[in-house]
Design a protein around this ligand. Structure first.
Ligand code: ARG
Ligand code: ZN
Length: 881
């Protein structure tokens, strides 16, 4: 477990980076595994780089023996303390041997070696990223030390029939007293955070894959016996991912085996350990009866993400943890491209931008704001954030857009070729991409170093006499508390101009001889720049930042009818949706300020009602268009946040939309969609379910009795989870009492199915209003609730605190006090999970005064405690600032 903060640790600074004094060339590990106590023998072959003592990280380890070059060191010959083992060595190479003991079953923090599941049936596994390896053995636990690993596992054969570690298998056999052993050799040098082992009673499904360069790879997915029949979808996704990386990036897998293991006890989503990926079951298991369509897509995306890390992360890794986005931003981008190819590209883009706005923009606007490459941290686990992942992916996307598909591929080829087997920096990445194309990409470094979401304001002036359109773009990034002034960034703005009939106009910039298409990308390099377009016959409506060409907030003073025009005619699927979002934002303002006849509200409902009947709009896009920004995003439109006001206004605008379309038309559509309902997973079926859900919600608003009746029937007849859970949620939102029976039915039906029960907890945790808090407390008393399981904690406590604004932000502050109390309890078990849940306090400063005061009192009291983990102390300390 992480150390407590009685002695506050100084932050780690990027500026202090120094290469390792000693590297480890060869690692031989031998594990004697058991639930309560495991012993680890390590033999490290070190090489000196700098004339300094040997310093090895180690935490929570019981040191049994230490030998240097074959000689046992006595106690006076080494220093052990503060997470570090230190001693001197004379030569330039040195062999260090340690023996330590660990207590896996007591490890509730799920970092290092721990037990998943019960003592009787559970299995042992490891999680090392970022700094978990030091909980397993003494080692220079930093990503720029790359070593070759040989790992031998020994354990009781009946209790641990399956023994796995990363690398290729290198023998196995029986031992006396019912024990057995297995050895693994990984030929590829790797950092310690990619080490992994698994031991227990697991079953597998297997498939062979032959890589494009001709290697036969045995693929194995492992799960506990009751879950092994839910792994087939993940296996298909794995094969698709491998094929795609071969085609799109020319990257082949590089070992003879590839293992993937599912566990219900995992702090994060999944982990790319070399040759032995470990997954939170939530992102690996899927079956129609317990998984929603969204979850199927997540499984495909996370399987791809972890697989893609084999090159972007493992073969080329990070020099230090400040460079985390080098692997994460790049790998998220690679996954996004893959998912776009496997499914619908515009829908994937919409989904990703919606996520960025929901998760990253608020993060970047509050006290936890940090650059994609932070310059300091006190607990690195707190930097696995939406900024490092999602904003990081947007930065790679901008670079890819700047270079074009071929240039980007050449740049990536050079990056992989040049840095294979190395631990590198963001600068190395920019240099490789740039040099392959003869372009200086270093100006983009500013995007990595500067936090905050840039605001781009655009202003268009049409000159009818000159037939000219002058577009002025300006950028500014508001400084978040106490940070330095911002430099201008290179901002690519992809754009088109539409004439009043909805036609895109050919674009000729001033000084050019001829137009160059109807879509262009202009790059804003300075604080302000003017772009003049010639031969423009009529005042145009600009479609800006198409495809979301940069992660910014665009400010352009659109009139409602201009947005309505884009919503009808924009050929860019993303910008079409975006026009709808912008218009919905204006409609929200009308609804909030009581303008029931407001021009924006009228335009929004009118154009959506028209699109509702337009056969050219497909089901998936229509479903997205019928979804206005959520309560959390709409916070941005309020100077001071009052969650209840936001929710009421949003419901009023949806009510107006439902009334405009009309219950009979909604009903007709719902019936048509229902008549086609099966559990199939193809895109068209998923789109129908998605649209049906939006339509049902609108019916429930306009005609609650109809809504309830339809939802109840849908719940009873649903062929699969998507329809079942949607119906349950509609029913519960419409009338929680009327839903009680169905809620109880779901609870019984899925008793023992952890992932389905998580959804049951999360659905109820989102039910809004005054009664929410009591509901949460009675759900805590459900025998299936436990603070020990991260998924369960996130499902109930995390969802309530982050995704239920009206329920959590009570004016009496009771939910804040309750959360503080739960954080203490979670922190004592699992600091990483506590820290993550605590980020729910991020937005407290922008609450209206009554709630703000209540939140402040709670945060101040909690953050002044001295018995918290470093993880939680770090989050609270920054949030409280
Ligand atoms: N590298 C993993 C992934 O994104 C995340 C692991 C993070 N773990 C942690 N304890 N911070 O695929
Ligand atoms: Zn990752």
């Amino acid at each position: 477990m992480s150390d407590r903060s009685e002695t506050p640790t100084a932050p780690i600074l990027l500026a202090d980076y120094r290469p390792p004094a000693w590297t480890v060339e060869q690692v031989e590990l031998t594990f004697d595994l058991a639930i309560d106590r495991a012993e680890v023998d390590a033999r490290l072959a070190l090489r000196r780089k700098v004339d300094e003592p040997i310093r090895l990280n180690g935490e929570g380890l019981e040191l049994i023996e230490l030998k240097v070059d074959g000689r046992v060191l006595s106690e006076g010959e080494y220093i052990l303390g503060d997470g570090m083992l230190e001693f001197t060595a004379t030569g330039d190479t040195c062999v260090v041997e340690t023996r330590v003991a660990l207590r896996p079953a007591e490890n509730t923090a799920f970092e290092g070696l721990y037990l998943s599941g019960s003592r009787e049936t559970g299995f042992l596994l490891t999680q090392c990223e970022a700094e978990g390896f030091r909980h397993i053995t003494f080692f220079p636990d930093r990503p720029d030390v790359l070593s070759r690993y040989t790992v031998t596992l020994r354990a009781d054969k009946a209790r641990f029939p399956v023994l796995l570690a990363g690398g290729n298998p290198d023998g196995s056999g029986d031992l006396p007293e019912g024990r057995h052993w297995a050895r693994f050799v990984d030929p590829h040098p790797k950092p310690s955070y990619l080490f992994a082992l698994v031991a227990g009673r697991l079953e597998r499904i297997s498939r062979d894959h032959v890589t494009a360069d001709g290697r036969r790879v045995a693929l194995h997915i492992w799960a506990e016996p009751d879950a092994i029949d839910r792994c087939d979808y993940a296996m298909d996704a794995l094969v698709r991912s491998m094929r795609w990386d071969e085609d799109a990036y020319g990257r082949n897998y590089d070992l003879d085996v590839f293992h993937v293991v599912a566990t219900h006890d995992f702090n994060m989503g999944a982990m790319e350990n070399k040759g032995l990926n470990i997954f939170n079951a939530k992102y690996l298991l899927a079956d129609p009866d317990s998984s929603t369509d969204d979850e199927y897509r997540h499984v495909e995306a996370v399987v791809a993400h972890e697989y893609f890390h084999n090159w972007s992360g493992n073969r080329v890794t990070c020099r230090d943890w400040f460079q985390l986005s080098l692997k994460e931003g790049l790998t998220v981008f690679r996954e996004q491209s893959f998912s776009a190819d496997m499914n619908s590209a515009p829908l994937k883009r919409i989904e990703d931008v919606a996520l960025l706005r929901r998760a990253q923009f608020p993060e970047d606007a509050g006290p936890l704001s940090h650059p994609v490459r932070p310059s300091q941290y006190s607990e690195i686990n707190n930097f696995y954030t939406a900024t490092v992942y999602e904003k990081g992916a947007e930065l790679v996307r901008m670079l890819a857009g700047r270079l074009g598909p071929e240039g980007f591929r050449q740049g990536m080829d050079l990056y992989f070729a040049r840095h294979d087997g190395q631990a590198v920096t963001i600068e190395d990445f920019l240099r490789a991409l740039g040099e392959a194309n003869g372009i200086d990409l270093m100006p983009y470094l500013a995007w990595y170093e500067q936090s905050g979401t840039p605001r781009i304001s655009a202003d268009g002036r049409y000159d009818a006499a000159q037939r000219r359109y002058r577009l002025t773009l300006r950028q500014r990034t508001p400084a978040v508390d106490g940070q330095a002034a911002r430099r201008p960034l290179p901002v690519p703005v992809r754009l088109s101009l539409f004439d009043p009939s909805g036609q895109a106009t050919p674009l000729r910039l001033e000084g050019e001889a001829a137009p160059d298409g109807v879509e262009r990308t202009v790059v804003l390099h300075t604080a302000e720049q003017v772009f003049t377009f010639e031969d423009i016959a009529q005042a145009p409506v600009p479609s800006l930042l198409r495809g979301f060409s940069a992660p910014v907030i665009l400010e352009y003073d659109y009139a409602p009818d201009e947005l309505a025009l884009l919503l009808r005619h924009d050929a860019d699927g993303f910008n079409r949706w975006e026009a709808g979002q912008q218009l919905a934002g204006l409609a929200f303002d009308d609804a909030r300020d009581g303008r029931q006849q407001g021009a924006a509200l009228d335009a929004w409902t009118t154009v959506l009602a028209a699109l509702f009947h337009d056969p050219a709009v497909d089901d998936a896009l229509l479903a997205e268009l019928l979804t206005p920004p959520g309560e959390i995003e709409l916070v941005e439109r309020q100077p001071e946040r009052d969650p209840q006001r936001i929710r009421d206004a949003r419901l009023r605008m949806l009510g107006a939309l439902a009334a405009r379309i009309g219950v009979p038309a909604l009903r007709q559509r719902y019936d048509a969609l229902s008549a086609m309902a099966r559990g199939d997973l193809d895109a068209a079926s998923q789109a129908r379910r998605q649209l049906k859900r939006r339509v049902l919600d609108l019916i429930a608003l306009a005609s609650p009795d109809d809504g309830r009746a339809l939802a109840r029937t849908q719940y009873e007849r649903a062929p699969a989870m998507t329809d079942r859970l949607a119906a349950l949620s509609t029913l519960a939102l419409a009338d929680a009492d009327a839903a009680a029976e169905a809620i109880a039915h779901f609870r019984r039906r899925y008793d023992g199915n952890a992932l389905a029960l998580d959804k049951w907890f999360a659905m109820q945790a989102q039910l809004p209003g005054d009664s929410a808090f009591d509901r949460i407390r009675s759900l805590e008393a459900d025998p299936a609730f436990t603070l020990k399981n991260p998924n369960r904690v996130q499902a109930l406590i995390g969802t309530f605190a982050r995704a239920n604004p009206t329920g959590f932000h009570r004016t009496d502050g009771a939910a804040y006090r309750w959360l503080a109390d739960r954080l203490l309890a979670i922190d004592a078990l699992n600091p990483q999970v506590a820290a993550r849940v605590a980020t729910a306090f991020n937005g407290w400063k922008r609450l209206e005064p009554v709630r703000r005061e209540a939140a402040h009192a709670v945060i101040a009291a909690l953050s002044s405690r001295r018995d918290l983990s470093r993880d939680l102390t770090d989050i609270l300390g920054r949030v409280a600032l």
